[in-house]
Design a protein around this ligand. Structure first.
Ligand code: SF4
Length: 228
């Protein structure tokens, strides 16, 4: 399995915010978000192949039974099913983080699905080379629906401006049914300053809309630093 990094930290986003967790970051992504906070897995993918046994052996010493498989896009990895099953067999709580554009039948405790809005589109980067493809595949309501039916889920949207909420509503509508308490809005930003500026209006917006506000604790604590 192609891995960018394996490390021990706390979950910084979502309903398990603050839980000490082992992170397994896969490399490779089918999207190219302009604000990607792990470009070493998407824009310039780097990593090496690990066997399932090696991955588990690396996370085993960490003082936690929570593992987060993240990316990149973990659903691109053919060994994802086996890795999740192995961790479940060992008694771990397994979270898989995904943009929700690909499906595999995995065993996990939480799917953290982050469908990408138009604010993620790389309009100009690399002369707009990825724009069209990114826009064609970034929202896949049928796949997100299947993922939500497969496991416990949270839906996490990255919000850059108040106008983005219309796209959130449109996408949620396309899913048919969903639980509002599982919808989280997270400010776009990879610096503390960016997050602080956007958090104030986003909290107010969450109060009006009834969605949950999602801080990015790891950026507040460590900045956007790999391995933290
Ligand atoms: S889906 Fe995630 S990993 Fe892929 S480009 Fe977007 S932010 Fe980066």
């Amino acid at each position: 399995m192609k891995i960018s990094e394996i490390f021990y930290s706390i979950q910084g986003e979502g309903i398990l915010n603050g839980v000490p967790s082992a992170f397994v970051r896969t490399t490779g992504c089918n999207l190219r978000c302009v604000f990607c906070d792990s470009p070493q897995t998407s824009w310039v993918p780097e990593g090496i192949n690990f066997s399932i046994e090696d991955i588990v052996a690396k996370t085993n010493p960490f003082e936690t039974n929570h593992v987060v498989i993240t990316g990149g896009e973990p659903f691109l990895q053919p060994e994802l099913v086996e890795l999740c099953s192995k961790y479940k067999e060992l008694g771990y709580h397994v979270t898989v983080e995904t943009a929700g554009t690909l499906f595999q039948n995995v065993q996990c405790d939480l799917l953290s699905i982050s469908p990408k809005l138009s604010n993620s589109t790389p309009q100009l980067r690399e002369n707009g080379k990825y724009k069209l493809r990114h826009d064609e595949i970034r929202l896949q309501p049928d796949i997100v629906r299947k993922l939500m039916d497969m496991a416990e889920y949270q839906l996490k949207f990255v919000i850059d401006s108040p106008a983005d909420t219309k796209e959130v509503h449109d996408f949620l509508k396309s899913l048919g049914k969903f639980e509002k308490s599982k919808v989280l809005l997270m400010p776009q930003g990879i610096t503390r300053e960016d997050l602080e500026k956007k958090s104030h209006w986003l909290v107010d917006l969450c109060k009006v809309e009834g969605f949950r506000f999602c801080p990015r604790l790891h950026i507040d604590l460590y900045g956007n630093t790999p391995g933290t």
